[in-house]
Ligand binder design. Structure first.
Ligand code: SF4
Length: 397
């Protein structure tokens, strides 16, 4: 039975709560659900119900296609002037013994390591420090772009941009134009956390506000450029804070159309100031992906970071609205592992990613950052001699 027929089955189900039935009708008719209906889904929507709705939308948009890319990260530093309560990554400046601070040359050396490899994207994000200022990043982007013009530079979040523009005494529009001219191609989704001030004040009060975060993306979209958005869930927020977060994104997306992908990020509780808060279950992760897919009707893609949630949960998520599981990574990021993710050295070969997607009956597509297709793996045969690197089963808490 196909995903659309499953919606009809739900509508025919007499026992279904009438308020939930109204939401099924809206999804069937491709209509937008309201704020209150979003909260209702969190309060009353059981996992199988949400999966049917989210999968119908996912398959309407993408069929079985599931995207990934070949990428690597550069994390310039894990020292930071801010002190976000959920952050397992940052070591405050006073704890310099545990920190790293890459020089421009060291970062360029990382890029050069991939000179003969078919990676398509470098993802640059890290802590905020005074020496990494506007001139530094503009020069870094220029040098990477000159060295390898085909490499998509996806870099920094409004947290860094707000900080460096303020320091340089320039407004967002001038700053983002300078970044674009230096070679920046897109902005990743980080730094969004939870927008609602009741929560943001408690977990990330020093860095850019929700309005500032949104304003920087808006300016970037007005330059004709694309970006992503995240939401950090599963800590002290309540369901209405998650919907408020998505509502603000949905409104900006209506205005600009510049967002590509929404990425829910699970709060992990290792080694941070919120370690006393238990992590939410895999069921809640999947419910959250599904509700994101249903609520954000104007976002093309919902992504799950396999390195953050484990390979098996990433596979499951493909039935709950997710159509993108990120990239090969090549063990170049510490953000997930330091937060307690099962993957302590995240790396997958292209073949492993393709097999991961195929094993759950989906259709793997290697994409560029902007979702144009590099290779369609639907019927692709890997050479016999290329051995699969078997990996240990992940530990699910
Ligand atoms: S989340 Fe980002 S801004 Fe906040 S402390 Fe960590 S590295 Fe710094």
């Amino acid at each position: 039975m196909d995903a659309e027929n499953n919606l009809q089955v739900l509508l025919n189900y007499r026992e279904l709560d009438p308020t939930l039935k109204l939401i099924v009708e809206k999804v069937k008719e491709n209509e937008r659900i309201s704020f209150d209906e979003g909260v209702l889904l969190y309060e009353k929507g059981e996992l199988p119900f949400l999966g049917i709705l989210a999968n119908a939308i996912r398959e309407r948009l993408h069929g079985d296609k599931t995207y990934f890319n070949r990428n690597f990260h550069i994390e310039p530093t894990n020292l930071c002037v801010y002190d976000c309560k959920f952050c397992s990554y940052s070591r405050l400046i006073k704890q310099r013994t545990e920190g790293w601070e890459y020089t421009m040359e060291e970062m360029l050396d990382i890029v050069k390591k991939y000179d003969n490899q078919p990676v398509s994207e470098v993802h640059i994000v890290g802590g905020v420090l005074p020496q990494y200022d506007l001139d530094f990043y503009a020069e870094l982007f220029r040098k990477i772009h000159t060295h390898r013009p085909d490499l998509h530079i996806k870099a920094l979040t409004p947290v860094e941009y707000h900080y460096i523009f303020k320091k340089a005494k320039i407004d967002y529009a001038t700053g983002m134009q300078l970044m674009k001219e230096a070679g920046l191609d897109s902005i990743p989704g980080g730094g969004a956390e939870i927008f609602h001030p009741e929560i943001r004040e408690q977990i990330a009060k020093d860095k850019c506000t929700a309005d500032e975060w949104l304003a920087i993306h808006e300016v970037w979209h007005q330059l004709g450029m694309r970006s992503n958005a995240t939401m950090l869930y599963g800590h002290i927020e309540q369901y209405h804070h998650r919907i408020d977060h998505m509502e603000r994104l949905r409104q900006l997306q209506d205005k600009t159309g510049g967002f590509q992908t929404f990425i829910p990020l699970k709060f992990r509780n290792q080694d941070n100031q919120l370690s006393h808060i238990p992590e939410v279950s895999v069921i809640e992760d999947l419910r959250n992906y599904a509700i994101s897919r249903i609520y954000l009707d104007n976002f093309d893609h919902i992504k799950a970071y396999w390195a953050m949630i484990s390979r098996s949960t990433a596979q499951l998520s493909l039935n709950f609205g997710v159509d993108d599981i990120d990239g090969t990574l090549d063990d170049t990021t510490k953000i997930y592992s330091m937060a307690g993710a099962e993957e302590q050295h995240p790396a997958m070969s292209t073949r492993e990613l393709v097999e991961l997607i195929r094993h759950v009956g989906r259709h793997p597509i290697e994409r560029y950052t902007l979702y144009n297709v590099i290779t369609d793996y639907k019927t692709y045969q890997f050479p016999e001699e290329e051995n699969i690197r078997f990996y240990p089963l992940p530990v699910v808490n």
